[in-house]
Write a protein that binds this ligand. Structure first.
Ligand SMILES: NC(=O)c1ccc[n+]([C@@H]2O[C@H](COP(=O)([O-])OP(=O)(O)OC[C@H]3O[C@@H](n4cnc5c(N)ncnc54)[C@H](OP(=O)(O)O)[C@@H]3O)[C@@H](O)[C@H]2O)c1
Length: 243
């Protein structure tokens, strides 16, 4: 069975990507989450309701051993299945002006996005290399290109994801594995629910926040055969904001 692993697929952009990959590409979706099992189950119900299949795969992307153990165990139980698409989507914010960013807040944000990307990619890449095919999609951010005040930790994390995307893409392009990053601007989700949308949308030429589904369509295209010659790219999806 052809599968996609979407980290942080219990909510928001990850859930939308999980649904879209199932719908467009018929992939069996491994729905990763860390805390919110009920929301992850809801994602699974939604996938099944549109005729697709999937299963929950619990691990904290920050913890290398947990990720490896969960994926190895899944692989052993499913010898005929193959993770063809990895979407490194799990991410958090801990915003503050730099002097008040605690070590905890720095580490939590970097470890979720950057270490998480390392842990999950390490766990699937050997098989992709052997099979000579695969898609890796890293969900970065406008913050990683532009740098956003109050988000030094998050900007650093997303900037690192972008640089790593470019480096890894060049290492493995010969094996028909593409590695791309998506850099969303303001997207409606739990992550942005505390922001003053009416004020911030004035910064967006399109005059609105984006929808998780709009990001999901881009991820689905990058995961498809149609995008085989696109690699090492960072694709903005932000309603017209220049980085
Ligand atoms: N929303 C935006 O405007 C925006 C803009 C640019 C980039 N992004 C990026 O897009 C991605 C998704 O954001 P979102 O807006 O959909 O966020 P969200 O609604 O807050 O959802 C975050 C998801 O990540 C999961 N997660 C968090 N820490 C995790 C960990 N340690 N291990 C595994 N899963 C973890 C959460 O799982 P639980 O449900 O179990 O907690 C949840 O599914 C993030 O990387 C974010 O940085 C978002």
């Amino acid at each position: 069975m052809k599968c996609a692993l979407v980290t942080g697929a219990s909510r928001g952009i990850g859930r939308a990507i999980a649904l879209q990959l199932s719908k467009d590409l018929g992939l069996h979706i491994l729905i990763n989450y860390t805390a919110n099992k009920a929301a992850a189950e809801e994602t699974l119900n939604m996938i099944q309701a549109q005729g697709g299949s999937g299963e929950l795969l619990h691990f904290d992307v920050r913890i290398n051993q947990d990720v490896k153990l969960a994926i190895d165990k899944w692989s052993e139980a499913n010898p005929d299945s193959n993770i063809e698409v990895l979407v490194n989507n799990a991410g958090i914010t801990r915003d503050n002006l730099f002097p008040w960013v605690t070590e905890d807040d720095w580490d939590a944000v970097i470890n979720t996005s950057v270490k998480g990307m390392y842990n999950c990619t390490q766990a699937v890449i050997q098989k992709m290399l052997r099979k000579r095919s695969g898609r890796i999609i890293n969900i970065a951010s406008l913050s990683g290109l532009k740098g956003v005040p109050g988000q030094t930790n998050y900007s650093a994390a997303k900037g690192a994801m972008i640089a790593s995307t470019k480096a890894l893409s060049q290492e493995i392009a010969k094996r028909n594995i593409t590695v791309n990053a998506i850099a969303p601007g303001f997207i409606e989700s739990d992550m942005t629910s505390d922001l003053d949308m009416n004020e911030l949308k004035k910064m967006v030429p399109a005059n609105r926040f984006g929808k998780a589904e709009e990001v999901a369509h881009l991820a689905s295209f990058l995961a498809s055969d149609k995008a085989a010659y696109i690699t090492g790219e960072v694709i903005n999806i932000n309603g017209g904001i220049y980085a």
